[in-house]
Design a binder for this molecule. Structure first.
Ligand SMILES: [Zn+2]
Length: 205
């Protein structure tokens, strides 16, 4: 099934222009890679701004957009290699998994070139519940597998969600398999309740 929740036009244009923080760009790239609708949107923005962009150093968003974002996050650009066709999650440079509650693990994504971006994978087992929390800054999320539901609707593999700082929500996993999401956040999450505080402090998110 194709994704039902997409980044806004503002987010997509920022992505095309390379104006997003690399960690946030990575989360958008994870969505664009599996969304024909947004890939078409990216193409349209590129065409519309082609003349303006031509004046800038080449930073074309194409099939290799994801590897470019990953390069910005990781090491210096490598010599041209053949396209990396591994599944998205295997192309990320992950810190060790930390189990923070039964059925819940977190793994930070290494972003040495964007240390201020907090990027991480969160996996919650089937039927699992995350801690109710409030956001102190923006958050982007792309579902990589499984599905969850919160006050904003059902989010399944490929879906993109952007949370503003006033969102207070408690996602609940809806799938039979674990729900794995890629997050980028600015600011810290403010979990409510002692278990949430303990888990989030331990996970360093
Ligand atoms: Zn989309």
């Amino acid at each position: 099934m194709s994704p039902q929740h997409h980044p806004s036009n503002d987010v997509l244009t920022g992505y095309v222009a390379g104006a997003l923080e690399p960690g946030f760009g990575l989360v958008v790239a994870a969505h664009v890679e599996v969304c024909t609708h947004c890939r078409a949107g990216v193409g349209a923005f590129e065409a519309a701004s082609g003349a303006a962009l031509e004046a800038l150093p080449p930073e074309k968003v194409g099939d290799d957009a994801l590897s470019k974002v990953l390069e910005r996050l990781n090491d210096a650009p490598k010599p041209e290699a053949k396209p990396d066709t591994r599944p998205f999650v295997e192309r990320l440079s992950l810190k060790p998994k930390k189990w923070v509650a039964p059925g819940v693990w977190v793994a930070g994504v290494n972003t040495p070139h964007a240390p201020q971006n907090r990027v991480y994978l969160l996996s919650v087992a089937a039927g699992g519940l995350t801690a109710r929390h409030e956001h102190t800054g923006a958050e982007f999320c792309t579902v990589l597998s499984g599905a969850y539901r919160d006050e904003l609707g059902l989010f399944a593999a490929g879906d993109f969600a952007a949370a503003e700082s006033d969102l207070n929500h408690q996602p609940i996993v809806q799938s039979d398999e674990a729900c794995v999401c890629l997050f980028a956040t600015e600011g810290r999450l403010k979990p409510q309740g002692w278990l949430g505080r303990l888990a989030f402090a331990y996970a360093d998110v």
